[in-house]
Design a protein around this ligand. Structure first.
Ligand SMILES: [Zn+2]
Length: 428
């Protein structure tokens, strides 16, 4: 018995040492170096495979064993699970692989399309296991170069090209070859930013003028792209004219309201900015006011309304199992619930799911005890419609008197807000 206990302690120590080791900067750099070698080897194997098949592999596992003898190359040393990409959608169906294959069957069509604009600097294999404050992903490009980038590399083209001029030449050429492809509209503002960065303001202006000439008068999307381009050359006045015109033409468009709020903020028109902020997000007008009651049935078939919760601090939580950020927040919500449920805090979940079994399975597996409202109508759920919900997560925190404290009670501030509200000092 004594021996076994000792072994247990030694193993425990080894495990904690292994964990501590991963955290040191030296080990971190060493892992990146090893991962880089893996990526380069994968790149070589893909190249040979492509020559032989005149096509890319469907999954990286197709490279093994013929083109990639050692399957360990598919495992990143920083992957704690030894063969799992961070996003489950990228999971190789055949064998453990740590890497995201950018042209797996689900993404291949779009990525092939993107490559026509971004060229071979675009990522084909990515590792997300080394994310830190400097970068999110280690990438292998189609041309077998390894580089670091943000998660959404499209937003930071300078990270994928050797220099700004190369980025400009590639993107300008790309949109010139595909002038009518609406999928690439977002490249235009990016190109404007690149011109500004390269101190080529005249080229930025020319691009904007050419874009204006092809603008379809009734396309809100194209006008919003133009607005984005003007923002990047700091043309507030011209943006204001544009959005004022758009507001007349598309009087219900919330993006137009949001951008008008931003511009008026920058121009120092605080009151107007606020008006537009409320138009863009009408629930803002409810903050500090009594939330109108709703009545519905909960998942157990019992009537439920806000009125039943008067005297309690309530989180009216609009969410869904399919909503990634909602699920990511759940451990925090649960922890706050457990800490304060006996002091008068409660939660009502308003589920925007459409699949009842999915919802019930999730609630059971994750041991979620608070009541849920579910209609099965997704965004058209009556309670969500009543409160004008257009995006989730939307966690509304309501005080003991039924007043809305905030419509974004999440993350670190959730606990503080709940604690304050329970003490009766709802400061927002
Ligand atoms: Zn890696």
């Amino acid at each position: 018995m004594k021996v076994i206990a000792t072994i247990g302690i030694v193993l425990g120590l080894l495990v904690s040492l292994a964990h501590a080791e991963v955290a040191t900067p030296e080990q971190h750099e060493k892992n990146i170096e090893m991962c880089t070698q893996n990526l380069l080897a994968i790149g070589k194997a893909i190249e040979v495979y492509e020559k032989e098949h005149s096509d890319f592999p469907v999954w990286l596992s197709d490279l093994h064993p013929k083109h990639l003898i050692d399957s360990n190359v598919l495992i990143c040393p920083s992957d704690p699970e030894g063969g799992k990409p961070i996003y489950t959608g990228n999971t190789d169906p055949e064998m453990p692989v740590s890497y995201s294959y950018e042209i797996n069957p689900e993404y291949r069509e779009w990525k092939t399309e993107q490559r026509k604009v971004y060229g071979d600097a675009m990522p084909i294999v990515r590792c997300r296991h080394h994310a830190n404050e400097d970068f999110a992903v280690l990438n292998l490009s189609f041309s077998s170069r390894v580089y670091r980038s943000a998660n959404i590399w499209e937003n930071k083209p300078t990270e994928i090209y050797e220099n700004v001029e190369e980025a400009i030449v590639t993107l300008a050429g790309g949109i010139q070859r595909h002038p009518d492809n609406a999928n690439f509209a977002y490249v235009y503002p990016m190109l404007v930013s690149l011109y500004m960065k390269a101190e080529r303001a005249k080229d930025a202006e020319n691009l904007i003028n050419r874009y204006k000439e092809t603008l379809k008068p009734d396309s809100i999307r194209e006008h919003l792209v133009l607005g984005d381009m003007l923002k990047r050359i700091n043309q507030d006045e011209e943006q204001l004219q544009l959005y004022n015109k758009l507001e007349e033409q598309f009087p219900e468009n919330r993006t137009v309201f949001r951008r008008l709020a931003e511009i008026h903020d920058r121009l120092g028109n605080a009151e107007l900015a606020n008006e537009y902020r409320i138009k863009a997000d009408p629930v803002l007008a409810l903050i500090g006011k009594t939330v109108p009651d709703f009545s519905a049935m909960d998942l157990d078939g019992n009537p439920i309304s806000l009125e039943q919760y008067r005297g309690k601090v309530v989180l009216l939580d609009f969410w869904a199992v399919w909503c990634g950020p909602c699920i990511a927040e759940m451990p925090n919500v649960k922890a706050v619930y457990n800490s304060y449920k006996d002091e008068g805090f409660d939660i009502i979940g308003i589920s925007l799911d459409t699949d009842e079994d999915h919802l019930r399975d999730y609630l059971k597996e994750n041991d979620i005890p608070w009541r849920q409202v579910f209609s099965g109508e997704g965004w058209k759920s009556p309670v969500a419609q009543q409160y004008g919900i257009r995006a989730i997560p939307a966690p509304w925190l309501i005080d003991k008197d039924g007043t809305l404290i905030t419509h974004q009670a999440r993350g670190e501030k959730l606990e503080r807000l709940v604690a304050e509200a329970l003490k009766g000092k709802s400061t927002n």
